[in-house]
Design a protein. Structure first.
Length: 184
């Protein structure tokens, strides 16, 4: 009987170690999921994630011209007026383009925000190459302050070779700003 209890105690202990390891693994995976998902999207262009580049290759002759529209939004807890260019820009693949978004703090206190971006249709995201942008950088604006935030981009010339994107006449670049809580 004593050996039965010892065996049961050993099995219970082993099960507890297994469950604790499983819980710790799940917590670790939860912390790692956001950076891993961002890395996956960046590598694959999944979900309209754009790619990064150092320079545009230059427009190719006979390339399909596409209109790029710009969308801007803020979450309700960030009291900013945030806007992109009102008119779309016609872009030839390989052509470097500079546009500006503007943000104004309409509150009476300093406010810090950070942005995320997306490209639609999603299948065009891997061909949207950013050279410079303000995404994922914290921006602090004083009350009433307005800033212009540049975005430099181009469309990868391979967009014309992909049968899934040859018929895409228009691409939308969207940014959303979120409030960043002060850690004071």
């Amino acid at each position: 009987m004593h050996s039965n209890m010892t065996h049961q105690h050993y099995r219970n202990k082993r099960m507890m170690v297994f469950i604790m390891g499983l819980v710790m693994g799940m917590v670790g995976l939860a912390y790692a999921s956001v950076p891993l998902y961002q890395l996956f999207c960046k590598v694959t262009g999944y979900g309209g994630t754009t790619q990064e580049s150092l320079a545009a290759p230059g427009a190719a002759a006979g390339a399909i011209i596409r209109d790029v529209r710009f969308n801007a939004s803020t979450m309700p807890d960030l009291k900013w007026h945030f806007a992109g260019p009102e008119k779309p820009v016609s872009v030839a693949p390989g052509e470097e383009v500079l546009i500006h978004y503007t943000a104004t703090n309409i509150s009476d206190v300093p406010a810090t925000g950070t942005s995320t971006f997306n490209v639609t249709p999603f299948k065009a995201g891997s061909y949207f190459m950013k050279i410079d942008c303000f995404c994922f950088e914290e921006q602090t604006l004083q009350p009433g302050e307005t800033v212009k935030m540049p975005v430099v981009f181009y469309l990868d010339p391979d967009i014309d070779q992909d049968i899934n994107t040859q018929e895409v006449p228009e691409i939308t670049l969207s940014y959303t700003f979120f409030a960043v809580e002060n850690e004071d």
